[in-house]
Unconditional design. Structure first.
Length: 614
């Protein structure tokens, strides 16, 4: 009898606690709030959705829509657990076309934040404003407001500090929020999306923009230019969307997006099928890029697998995987057949590059292959973890030391390579790629391309640093067409371009004119560079100003006049001049992308190899 009091009796949890527990599943981080609110706006048939974030979403996530809104009565119901207007009975579960249906999101979010909702139906005179603090309803009152709904989620997790500790840094949380909005922006081509962070516009996609325009507005035209459309149907499954040519590959899966009936999902089966389609077209360790839409009857695809509805299970996984693989292969085969180019014509779309690039076979030199893909495009979010399941950033940092190569164990040496011996002997060139320079007790092996990139970068930085660069007034101004979203960015960043050695001004309409450029630039490369710089600026304030400019200088380096590449035969004079450049470098001995410029073979190592030493 005495032990009985220690056995707790079963009880139904009070509503507020149940909501907090559910919040753990549904509201993992600010990005989950973004996702739930945006999905509600989509379900409310909005044609325009604005997302505002402050401090990576931790201070504020606000979603404004012009959807059908709610009556006062519905607004109060909507924040109750398991309150939903979207399903009524069990059969509805098999036929889900709406984004939400569990009726948990609002209740959960409101239980762990300071929550405000203002909502109005078009036919009502006034809006209803409703405030909840940590799950406690504070007030409901009539308010002014346009038709539609605005939900503001302030200070997420303010009342559950333990959970707040699990949040990552601002850049990571922001990246995930941006990723969530991007996915819905790609999936819903009849809805306009606007995204702000700390009042800065990150992107603005009008409701009538098609998928290609969306890609261009989010990641830039460079990115779009390397993507092709695909469309294939079999056994009730339709696969369509855009996929990158092999030239657009990535070191991570950060640019693979899958959608089932317009719902963004993660699914290994689809990922495998997609990548199998590219087999033998990409080098090991590279991943294709794609936006893959699957249209299928809801009965064949179960999305009620995960509380946040992020996953999807197909009736027949293997078949889906094979179908997607085949669709991709066929499209890639068609691309490889030369003269036929079955890309749709884009008529009046502004393009800095008139010729869409056709796919070329993979270069054999892995270094220059990486190089090429990285130069081609640097979309928003490149190098950062913009994907829920891809937390590892791609390494592009100049200052970051290269990890040791597992094969050779060598890294870019930290020593300083000032002239030690005679400088008049030209280095030997090996494999048209490396320069061999004997020194006292070692042989230096220099990567000619990495070195030249670094020299260009250093030269550009010193030339531009004090703004005293030698500007080359262009006899005929260079015209570039800029999409409207980028035009705002451009207008606001004329000074940044000046810092980069480019004078640019408005010409009229979508067109801008470049009147002068730093003499180090190759004129024909400047247009591309401007787009890449805009893409980087579009990421907002993620970085300290210094890092940010360093990033831009790195991009600008790509526009420098002819660079020595791996595979180029060099004259004696060219080799000498590279060596002189090398001797003037300061460590770290890495190219602007962080790859080593030099490795070395010491006398000691040689003696060990020949067993002259133990
Ligand atoms: P669910 O989306 O699963 O139904 P939620 O908790 O997300 O559950 O939302 C509860 C209900 O509130 C929805 O079913 C819908 O009727 C209403 N609602 C939520 N957000 C909006 C919105 N932006 N516009 C109109 N109605 C909304
Ligand atoms: Mg919902």
């Amino acid at each position: 009898m005495s032990t009985q009091s220690t056995i707790p009796s079963v009880r139904i949890l009070p509503e507020t606690i149940a909501n907090k527990i559910a919040a753990g599943e549904v509201v993992e981080r600010p990005a989950s709030v973004v996702k739930e609110l945006v999905e509600n706006a989509i379900d409310a048939k909005a044609t325009r959705i604005t997302v505002r974030l402050v401090a990576g979403g931790r201070r504020l996530v606000e979603v404004v829509d012009n959807g059908h809104g709610m009556s006062e009565q519905d607004a109060i119901l909507a924040i109750e657990r398991h309150a939903t207007s979207k399903i009524r009975n069990e059969e509805d579960l098999d036929n889900i076309r709406s984004m939400g249906f569990r009726g948990e999101a609002l209740a959960s979010i409101a239980s762990v934040s300071r929550f405000e909702m203002v909502t109005r139906r078009a036919k009502d005179d006034a809006a209803t404003r409703l405030r909840i603090d940590g799950g406690v309803l504070r007030d409901v009152e009539a308010a002014a407001g346009p038709p539609g709904t605005r939900i503001s989620v302030n200070r997420l997790y303010f009342n559950t500090p333990a959970r707040a500790k699990f949040l990552k840094g601002l850049a990571t949380e922001l990246g995930r929020c941006i990723d969530a909005v991007q996915r819905h922006t790609l999936a819903n081509t009849d809805i306009g999306f606007q995204l702000f962070h700390n009042d800065k516009l990150i992107f603005d996609v009008p409701d009538h923009a098609d998928l290609r325009e969306r890609v261009a507005l989010i990641w830039g035209l460079n990115f779009l230019n390397d993507m092709v459309e695909f469309d294939g149907e079999r056994d009730g499954y339709r696969f369509h969307g855009l996929m990158g040519t092999p030239a657009l590959s990535r070191a991570q899966r950060s640019h693979q997006f899958f959608f089932v009936n317009n719902r963004p999902i993660v699914n290994r089966t689809l990922q495998y099928g997609f990548e199998e389609g590219f087999r033998s077209l990409l080098t090991i360790g590279r991943h294709p890029v794609g936006i893959v839409m699957i249209d299928v009857h809801p009965r064949l695809a179960d999305i009620n697998v995960h509380p946040s509805k992020r996953e999807c299970r197909f009736r027949d996984d293997r078949a889906v995987r094979q179908m997607l693989r085949d669709v991709v292969r066929m499209r890639m085969d068609a691309l490889a057949q030369p003269p036929e180019r079955d890309e749709p014509e884009d008529h009046d779309r502004p393009s800095p590059r008139p010729e869409p690039p056709t796919w070329e076979p993979q270069p054999t030199n892995p270094v220059s292959e990486r190089e090429d893909t990285e130069q081609r495009s640097l979309p928003v979010g490149e190098g950062r973890d913009f994907l829920l399941d891809q937390p590892k950033p791609e390494q592009t940092d100049f200052e970051t030391p290269e990890p040791p190569d597992p094969e050779t164990g060598s890294v870019a040496p930290a020593a300083v390579y000032r002239p030690v011996g005679a400088m008049e002997i030209p280095p030997v060139q090996l494999f048209d790629t490396y320069l061999l320079v004997p020194e006292d007790d070692r042989l230096l092996i220099i990567d000619q391309h990495a070195l030249h990139e670094r020299l260009n970068y250093d030269m550009l930085c010193s030339e531009l640093e004090d703004r005293e660069f030698e500007a080359q007034q262009l006899a005929v101004p260079l015209l570039v067409d800029v999409p409207p979203s980028h035009a705002k960015l451009l207008a606001g960043n004329i000074e940044v371009f000046k810092d980069l050695g480019i004078d640019i001004e408005e010409f009229g309409g979508n067109t801008w004119q470049i009147t002068a450029v730093c003499h180090l630039y190759e004129e024909s490369k400047v247009g591309d560079m401007i787009f890449q710089v805009l893409d980087t600026i579009a990421q907002g304030d993620l970085f300290e100003r210094d890092d940010f400019m360093a990033d831009l200088f790195r991009l600008a380096t790509e526009a420098c006049k002819a660079s020595v590449r791996g595979g180029d035969k060099l004259s004696m004079e060219e080799r000498m001049s590279l060596l002189r450049g090398f001797r003037s470098l300061r460590p770290p001995y890495t190219c602007p992308h962080g790859r080593p410029i030099i490795t070395e073979l010491t006398q000691f190592q040689m003696e060990k190899s020949f067993r002259r030493r133990q």
